[in-house]
Design a protein around this ligand. Structure first.
Ligand code: SAH
Ligand code: MG
Length: 197
């Protein structure tokens, strides 16, 4: 696997919540398995996961959306530095209000949701419409550092609210009549969602 060790170390030092290596490897394997040619990512941060996907999946093209201007600028820099701007189209916007006419590579083989955890269901409902019929949705951070299994003992009120919202999303998607969701205890908890036949 091609690595971006300098960007990875830099992000970890600055507490930028990039995808854990284990989860990233799992996702890249999955994209290769389905021979994905397009992906939409919600939450670019500094571009690490998008670049890793591009560097390790042949001919993959990515749209990625980031709400934070500083992170967006940094991602843009990183993408240009690795000459991936022909394959990664990055948008500075709140994904919830983003004008989807700006998307470059729809429809997608994969939708990767990795942004504000309280909004997972909203991201899903908006962007599932741009996923191919046999495409997949990957959602990260479903364990929230294990806290999801022990909600009663979370002291911090905001954290508790957030974890409850993640749990709500999980309950919603795992019981949805239109989708199959499979949970993987990898990284910080990942699920893969597909449409039912
Ligand atoms: N996918 C990245 C990490 C993303 S961290 C990687 O693994 O390298 C989550 C990012 O989502 C943060 O940078 C945050 O600013 C962004 N974000 C949060 N809410 C968002 C929204 N509504 N729209 C777009 N981006 C959002
Ligand atoms: Mg994440």
């Amino acid at each position: 696997m091609v690595e971006l060790t300098n960007i990875e170390i830099d992000a970890l030092k600055r507490n930028i919540p990039i995808m854990q290596k284990e989860g990233l490897t799992f996702m890249i394997d999955k994209l290769n398995e389905i021979q994905a040619s397009t992906c939409l990512e919600i939450g670019s941060a500094i571009g690490y996961s998008a670049m890793m996907m591009c560097l390790n999946v042949n001919d993959l093209k990515i749209d990625t959306i980031e709400i934070n201007e500083d992170k967006y600028n940094e991602a843009l820099n990183n993408i240009q530095q690795y000459q991936l701007n022909e394959r990664i189209s990055i948008h500075l916007a709140d994904a919830l209000t983003f004008d989807t006419n700006q998307l470059s590579y729809q429809p997608y083989d994969c939708l990767f949701i990795d942004a504000a955890k309280a909004q997972y269901q909203k991201f899903f409902e908006k962007y599932i419409n741009y996923v191919k019929k046999d495409g997949i949705v990957i959602v990260d951070n479903l364990d929230f550092h294990g806290m999801i299994y022990d909600i009663d003992h979370i002291k911090n009120r905001n954290t508790k609210q957030l974890v409850k919202k993640i749990k709500r999303f999980k309950d919603w998607i795992f019981n949805h009549e239109d989708y199959d969701a499979t949970y993987y205890h990898i990284g910080d908890g990942i699920c893969i969602i597909t449409r039912k036949e």
